[in-house]
Write a protein that binds this ligand. Structure first.
Ligand code: ZN
Length: 466
């Protein structure tokens, strides 16, 4: 056995991406993600299936928590190697990991209080999974790589990163092992064609083994062109009624994309110049990363900037960091747009804005992201007549609307488009990062369309490649 691949996460589910590649006994990880599904979260607390001290390097596809969220635990338990990723991934991962650590610490405090009150112990320890200090110990290990430039990790192993078109700095990673030889491509999370700001996913022409995500392997997205039409309609109708537009939004990528569309609508004179607030320190920090990395922008965005415009500066755009500035938004008279986190309304400043606006029939709550079961956002989208926010019930009288086209993930058609880039059939395609149904449907389509050999690995399953 010279080269093997073990599936340590994102197997028949969509979080916890982590794959262990072994080349003649030397070990490498591709991603080290946090589990976010309620029923799988206990895995975050289990010891790593492979000793972190024995791992030489991590290849990180992108900065979403389900791909990088267990790095602080890996380092805490003895990993000392390099974490190879693009510089934008490293910068966004810093923001995302600090935020996650802060939430873990808050969570632990809350658990402790509750256990004391109820005089019982819960299933997880009362200590945070990791602290802000643990998160900071990851940062010196980030080692920046550029797209399409091979990096040699050890004599027999080199990696090449390609643009995945998913979020800023996101990568598809190809690993070439000279013994064999054998090549593997990890899709990471694949983005969509014609998304604003960032480039389209890069096509890869050959690989012996492909590990591909399948989040939307059984679904098609709404067309991107619908986004602006719907945004425009909602803004104009809400302004005509004299209300505010409240938009819960994810801090990474979604908020920046939304600003891009708003800016375009303003340029085209299709919406009025409303005061627009980004009321999220985390989203503002991510905007800063975008501003520093024009090398990741697509041609349209570069043209936009060259003509002296920017989606991140426009008249009446206010980036509010402090709590005082945030509170002051409530005193504004007339219609405004308020973009705040968290994206599913589970915490953050959006809750205050909902308290102030959800009862007003002239206002709109606009959802632009997926709302998971059990979240406040999902309750509102599902049409609850009243919801509990900060311990008090509030009737839902505002207009509740949803735009579905904003996904950062390729849909079934786009996943196939990416896979048709391979000139010859891979020996095998491993389908990961998708619910059972999505992965199975996608595997069936690949068998029918290309007659490729596919597999949907089980948790911890190990494959000997050569
Ligand atoms: Zn992602």
């Amino acid at each position: 056995m010279a080269v093997s691949l073990q599936f340590m996460g994102a197997t028949r589910n969509v979080t916890g991406s982590c794959f262990l590649l072994e080349v003649k006994g030397r070990r490498f990880l591709i991603d080290c993600g946090l589990y976010q599904e309620r029923e799988l979260r206990s895995r975050n607390w289990e010891p790593f299936p492979a000793d972190p001290k024995s791992i030489e390097a991590v290849f990180l596809t992108h900065a979403h928590l389900d791909h990088c969220g267990l790095l602080p635990k890996l380092v805490k338990e003895g990993f000392k190697g390099k974490i190879m990723c693009t510089s934008a991934t490293a910068e966004i991962a810093r923001i995302v990991l600090l935020d996650a650590a802060h939430l873990q610490e808050e969570d632990a405090k809350f658990k402790k209080k509750r256990h004391e009150r109820e005089k019982r112990k819960g299933p997880y320890p009362e200590v945070p999974l990791y602290t802000e200090e643990d998160a900071k110990s990851v940062f010196p290990l980030f080692t920046p790589v550029e797209y399409e430039k091979a990096v040699k990790i050890i004599d027999s192993v080199e990696a090449v990163f390609y643009d995945a078109g998913h979020i800023l700095g996101s990568s598809i990673i190809k690993i070439n092992v000279s013994s064999g030889p054998v090549s593997l491509v990890f899709s990471g999370d694949l983005g969509r064609w014609d998304k604003p700001i960032i480039r389209d996913p890069a096509l890869i022409e050959d690989a012996d083994y492909v590990v591909v995500e399948s989040t939307y392997g059984d679904r098609l997205h709404e067309d991107l062109s619908e986004i602006k039409v719907k945004l425009c309609d909602i803004i104009i109708s809400t302004v005509n009624q004299g209300g505010n537009i409240i938009i819960p939004s994810f801090a990474v990528e979604r908020t920046q994309e939304l600003l891009y569309y708003l800016n375009e609508l303003l340029q085209e004179n299709r919406i009025p110049h409303l005061l627009t607030f980004v009321d999220s320190p985390m989203a503002i920090n991510v905007i800063e990363v975008f501003k520093h990395h024009p090398e990741y922008f697509d041609e349209e965005m570069l043209n936009f900037i060259q003509s002296g415009r920017s989606p991140f500066y426009f008249s009446n755009l206010k980036l509010t960091r402090s709590v005082e500035e945030s509170k002051a938004i409530n005193r504004i008279r007339g219609s405004c747009i308020i973009i705040a986190g968290s994206g599913m309304c589970t915490g953050g400043r959006i809750k205050h804005h909902l308290v102030n606006n959800i009862i007003r029939p002239e206002c709109s709550i606009l959802f632009i992201g997926y709302q998971a079961k059990g979240t406040l956002g999902r309750e509102i989208v599902d049409g609850a007549s009243e919801v509990r926010i900060h311990g008090q019930m509030h009737p839902v009288r505002a207009n509740v609307v949803k735009i579905n086209g904003f996904s950062a993930h390729a849909d079934q058609r786009e996943l196939l488009r990416w896979l048709t880039g391979f000139r010859s059939s891979p020996k095998r395609v491993f389908i990961v990062h998708g619910e059972e149904e999505a992965a199975t449907t996608f595997a069936r389509i690949l068998n029918e369309k290309f007659s490729w050999q596919t597999e949907i690995p089980e948790y911890l399953e190990k494959k000997i490649l050569i």
